[in-house]
Design a protein around this ligand. Sequence first.
Ligand code: HEM
Length: 312
Amino acid sequence: MLVGPSKCRNEDYIRINVKFASRVVTLGHILSYVPVPFRPFVAHLIYPPSDKRHLYNHLKPMIDERRTSLDSGSDTTVESDDYLKWLVEATRNKPDDMDIVLRNMHMNFASIHTTGLICTHMFYSIACNQAWQTEIRDEARHAMKEHGWTKKALEEMVKADSFIKEVLRFHGVSSVALTRMAVKPFTFADSTTVPAGTMFCAASRAIHFDSAKWVQPEDFDPFRFCHAARTELNGMVTTSYDFLAWGHGRYACPGRFFASYELKAILAYALVNYEIFLQGGGACPKIHWFVAACMPDSSATLGFRRRPGGAT
Ligand code: HEM
């Protein structure tokens, strides 16, 4: 989706993007203590600028290729209809290749750790309950039989959708959402006024566990979102004041539509082909908190036992 099928499997390209994604939050935090005028220098000291150049070398030929095909009007292939092409298209009047590379790094950062964390929570939760596995697997097999491995099949997997949405409610990536900074003095509807520079956020975990809003919020109920009739409003990607795992409003996660299909495809594929279990059995792995981040237990080990008659 970002750079096309061949580059996204390039090990060197993956390595640098993962390195950047896993360091940028900590380094950003360190930089926030540095006076603004010195930040560009300190940033260069604590993160190697050579990584940017390295990624530039990876992407530059592809950027040129997309620009040439756009300019010549010969770009009709679905294969190159990716984020790189959209950026080239959007910057046609003011091309800046390094800017495109940086935006791509930013997009990788936004998608890698979030999806990775939710995917891990998702597998731990499903590994602990064989009955849920059977229900979601049956649904996936049925949808695939009807539609093959297609977007339509994924859309029909309402139990998988509900299960992952419950993972997002119950764990999510953070206990807070909508982190913002007031750039000028701001007055809320209830007359609370905050001065410029104030940072604030919504207590999403408290809202997700509020019994005034949710039925038995302390229970992980995998199918809570498909007990009621299925509507657009109870699907995984729908945000609301009560469900803040993707944020809400104007800046809600724009990657959630992609992420929802991606997570469902991973879960469905794994369940159709494997029995999933926790190595050594025992209770479901505990979550850990790193400041506001909800981290899965890194010491737990998942087991995958191939099922006869799976589908690839
Ligand atoms: C399960 C996976 C994901 C979760 C839980 C998640 C969650 C979030 C959250 C909570 C925000 C902040 C929203 C706000 O401040 O109101 C956000 C922003 C963002 N996400 Fe995601 N995200 C996920 C996957 C992705 C993916 C796969 C992409 C890209 C392909 C992506 C791209 C972005 C971008 C670009 C922003 C910034 C939006 C802006 O500030 O306008 N995310 N995400």
